[in-house]
Every structure is written in structure tokens, then in C-alpha cells.
Design a protein around this ligand. Sequence first.
Ligand code: ZN
Length: 153
Amino acid sequence: MRTLTLLILVLALLAFLFAAGAARADNCSIDLKVGDSMKFDQRTVSVSSTCKSITIHLAHQGQMPAQSMGHNVVITSTDAFQSVANDGLKAGLSGNYVPPNDKRVIASTKIIGGGEKTTSSFAGSLLKPGAAYTFFCSAPGHSSVMRGQLLVE
Ligand code: ZN
């Protein structure tokens, strides 16, 4: 009888550890670093399909101001990326180079300059597992090189 109780306790502990491990594996944040060049520190980022909310963390570790070397993060489906990048230019720096109230924009941060950080959160339900998403910087001339792939796993 005592052996059985012990066995149940061990199994419960294993189940708990497994659940805790699975929960920890959920990746619900996108962390990107930029500097005084048109480059993100990563070409591919991934998030879990189970996230309720996903948060973008962008850090500009350079020196240059937003007017000359500002960066942001915009997420769209890969199909929509080019047209959103084009349309965003009209919004100007004050509009963070993102077309306002545009359904193609899944998420975006403001444009930041050297030494600044910003975050932006969006609903995980906006991303479908297996679909193709692109993250990019929509500052003028940046998106052609400053972009990467967002994977939903
Ligand atoms: Zn940029």
C-alpha cells in the first residue's frame, strides 16, 4: 500500500514537472536588437501557437537619432509585407511609417532612436501556425534589407 502511494506521488511529481517544462517552453515574446545600421540581430524569430498575447521587445543600442537611423518592428503576412512597407512611407515619422488602422498590420512598434527601447503586444490569435509572416523595419529604405521571418510553432 505504501509503495503504491509513493508511486502515485512520483507520477504526480513527474506530471507536474512535465507541465511546468511545457509551460516554460511557450515562447510569447519577440526580442530584437538594432543599432546604427539597417540590421536586426536576428533573421528568424519564432513564437508558440499557444500564446494568448505576444510581446515585441525592441532595443536600439546605437547612438543615432530616430530621424536618421530610427527603427521599428512591423509584422504582416509575408504576402502583404511589400505593400504595407510602401503604404507606411506616407504615414511619415510621426506616424511611425505604419499605415493607420490597417488590417494587414498584425503588430507594430513605434520608431525609436539610439538608446531607446519600446514594446508592443498583440493577440496570439492573430497568428496561424504554419502561415508565413515577415517582420520588418518600415523606416524609409530599410525594409528591403531589414527584415526577417516570423515562425509560429
Ligand atoms: Zn530600420
